[in-house]
Design a protein around this ligand. Structure first.
Ligand SMILES: [Zn+2]
Length: 399
């Protein structure tokens, strides 16, 4: 994922890169309010979302996702409206309490670098919808409560609907992508996969093979089994655009990895693209293992360099140990990231810095990445506290 200090991060990258995402996790103790959310696909690019709350609320407060809601959301409930500030989109009824709200949403093709892509279009006409963008908080007067969401999904007539796994770490919390379209999920080992028919063979192979090999390695190295049912979605879009881009998002705590491939070169089976895709998959699977815990994990307020730089370091170790990368390829990637970090003066406050300097920080600790993350997983589970610099310092000083 990606990036920012803010609430949701995700990753993305430029012409040749990837990213991933982290979740926005509400503090574990935050009280919640039950919300039934019905998502209905009403025509090709139109969606209807009905919210029903267990108690009356005075506002629905959702973290801003670029222009998405401002541009594509229409509040249908009479007397209600949405206002968009720099941080939040707020749906309210002039201060009057309400228990239900309905919105109409058009498919949004933009995305904001700090977040997950709201919609992925598949070449077979299918669409996946990031349910996390429909979730957030509600207000009751001056009290803020997290929605504890229960989704119901309905597709168009013939559509197959594939729901993302439940959020195991935060029941009722952020969910991943739901797929609406003609495809069926297929089983690859224990993992469910929805792959765009346009995905070329080299990419299917890479995603499944690297996914299986790195999972096997992480399971042994970190001495943990996957806790989530895992659903992998691969969408291929925008094949007219130049170049190659691969965005990956691990939906933390929610058992899902979503990849979006774009660009003319997707069809090219080139060693450089394979190498890039291989690293992306190893990185996303590392996130899945960072969350193979019973509680704790990735928090809102801790620097994203911890889980992103950590995933980079875990991925390089896995690629080297499984032979997926040669020693030279690992060295070359490290050297490239070291150069990027040096240009940024070592800071982890930019998108590139989170990855590149995050990796450098782990490299400099003098503790192997495997024993370090194994200890971090034990620590987060023991206390429920999120992964943090302080946790790392404590582990390093005890070694
Ligand atoms: Zn990531």
């Amino acid at each position: 994922m990606k990036n920012l200090p803010m609430h949701r991060f995700l990753g993305l990258c430029a012409a040749f890169l990837m990213l991933c995402a982290a979740p926005l996790v509400h503090a574990e103790q935050q009280p919640g309010l039950a919300a039934a959310v019905d998502v209905r696909h009403v025509s090709r690019d139109l969606w209807r979302v009905d919210y029903r709350f267990a108690q009356a609320v005075t506002a629905v407060k959702l973290h801003s996702i670029g222009a998405f809601r401002k541009q594509e959301w229409t509040v249908l409930t009479p007397g209600m409206g949405m206002t968009s500030g720099p941080d939040f989109d707020v749906i309210a009824s002039k201060g009057k309490p309400f228990k239900a709200a309905s919105v109409q949403i058009r498919t949004f093709d933009g995305w904001s670098p700090k977040d997950y892509v709201s919609f992925n279009r598949f070449s077979d006409g299918g669409t996946s919808v990031y349910l996390g963008h429909l979730q957030g908080d509600v207000e009751q007067g001056d009290k803020t409560l997290a929605m504890r969401t229960d989704f119901k999904l309905a597709g168009l007539g013939q559509e197959n609907v594939i729901a993302p796994p439940a959020n195991r770490l935060h029941p009722g919390g952020p969910r991943g992508y739901a797929y609406f379209g003609p495809a069926q999920a297929v089983l690859a080992g224990a993992v469910k996969v929805v792959i765009d028919p346009k995905a070329p063979q080299w990419l299917r192979e890479t995603i499944l093979d690297v996914g299986a090999k790195t999972s096997g390695y992480y399971e042994k190295a970190y001495q943990r089994q996957l806790k989530d049912e895992l659903l992998i979605m691969v969408a291929v879009g925008n094949v007219e655009s130049p170049g190659f881009s691969m965005k990956g998002g691990a939906i933390l705590g929610a058992g899902q990895v979503s990849y979006l491939l774009e660009g003319k070169q997707v069809q090219l089976d080139h060693p450089k693209l394979r190498e890039h895709a291989t690293k992306t998959v190893a990185h996303e699977m590392a996130h899945i293992w960072q969350l193979a815990i019973a509680r704790g994990g990735v928090g809102d307020d801790q620097g994203p360099w911890i889980h992103e730089g950590g995933a980079e370091a875990m991925a390089l170790d896995a690629l080297a140990q499984t032979g997926l990368y040669s020693e030279e390829a690992v060295k070359a990637y490290r050297a490239k990231q070291a150069a990027t970090c040096e240009k940024l003066g070592g800071a982890v406050d930019t998108f590139d810095g989170i990855y590149a300097c995050g990796l450098m920080r782990f490299d400099k600790l003098g503790v192997g990445i495997v024993p370090l993350w194994r200890a971090m997983m034990e620590a987060t589970e023991a206390t429920g506290a999120a992964y943090s610099q302080q946790m790392i310092d404590t582990i390093v000083s005890a070694k």
